[in-house]
Design a binder for this molecule. Structure first.
Ligand code: NAP
Length: 268
């Protein structure tokens, strides 16, 4: 069992971009990172959702976030270069990149899977993350310890019937993270890790398991310690690793006064 308690201003002065920040786990991560002092770039496709998250952060008195509407289905290399230029102009660097946005696609046997849906899922879940990472590498390199996180799933390590392109896309994202982690390990201060959130109470989970009682699953807020640990300086030097967010899960407190920094691995 792993335990991590974030110091109060863990992410102070950090510039962190989160994809899919308008809903679910991305929304929770955006609010949590702001609470811990980061300036967060809220990237997603539905402007109203991003604005709602912006309002929550502003009302709470955390640092002012930035909104960057972008649809990963259609964004081109030029769009990602523009994103990099805007961030360069505004912030001059990027300290954290959380690849969180994904789509589920169809839950159906491969023999019946629509090729169009397959291409879309692979594009949003894998190719878009590749294109964005590539464009943002110079900005990540400008940070003194940048953290890149890719989001996987249980079906990204063990294939499961009917999970189709989603499962395959998560295998691919794990592969991409491993490749990038090796490439950056001795050549830069960028670390690259993978988070499997595990069953979490979001729209995607409800879409995948429509008959399930959502109350059985952890909330996005409760799985935040793994994100905090990997986005903050305590994980410096940790790269190429896969984390199960449920192992560090805990109910969030409103505010923490603790200056504890007790990331420990112990056997349970
Ligand atoms: P979610 O509630 O469906 O949220 C996904 C987010 O991605 C939404 O904000 C969505 O925006 C955004 N998004 C989707 N397509 C996009 C596009 N084309 N361009 C830009 N943004 C886009 O999902 P979640 O459960 O929070 O999942 C977050 C991550 O965790 C995903 O990578 C998922 O695979 C992974 N995961 C989740 C679970 C779970 O149980 N929830 C388990 C394992 C892994 P809109 O809301 O505007 O569509």
């Amino acid at each position: 069992m792993l335990d991590y308690t974030a110091p109060e201003k863990l992410l102070k002065n950090r510039i962190i971009l989160i994809t899919g920040a308008g809903d679910g786990i991305g929304r929770a991560a955006a609010i949590d990172c702001s609470r811990l002092g980061a300036t967060v770039i809220l990237l997603g496709r539905t402007l109203e959702k991003l604005e709602a998250v912006y309002d929550v952060i502003e009302r709470a008195g955390h640092g002012q976030p930035a909104i960057y509407p972008l649809d990963l289905r259609t964004a081109t290399d030029e769009d990602y270069i523009e994103l990099a230029e805007v961030l360069e102009g505004e912030f001059g660097r990027l300290d954290g990149l959380l690849h969180n946005a994904s789509i589920l696609g169809e839950c159906t046997p491969l023999s019946q899977y629509e090729s169009r849906t397959w291409r879309l899922v692979m594009h949003v879940n894998v190719t878009a993350a590749f294109m964005m990472t590539k464009a943002l590498m110079p900005l990540l390199d400008t940070s003194k310890d940048a953290s890149v996180i890719f989001t996987t799933s249980g079906v990204g390590a063990q294939g499961k019937a009917y999970w189709g392109a989603y499962s395959v896309s998560k295998f691919a994202i794990e592969g991409m993270a491993q490749v990038l982690a090796e490439e950056t390990e001795n050549t830069s201060s960028i670390r690259v890790n993978i988070i499997n959130p595990g069953a979490t109470r979001t729209n995607m989970r409800a879409q995948a398991y429509p008959g399930e009682d959502p109350g059985l699953n952890l909330t996005p807020e409760s799985i935040m310690p793994t994100y905090q640990y990997l986005l903050g300086p305590d994980s410096k030097g940790i790269t190429g690793k896969r984390f199960n967010a449920q192992e560090m899960a805990k109910e969030p407190k409103e505010e923490t006064n603790s200056s504890d920094n007790d990331f420990q691995a112990s056997e349970e």
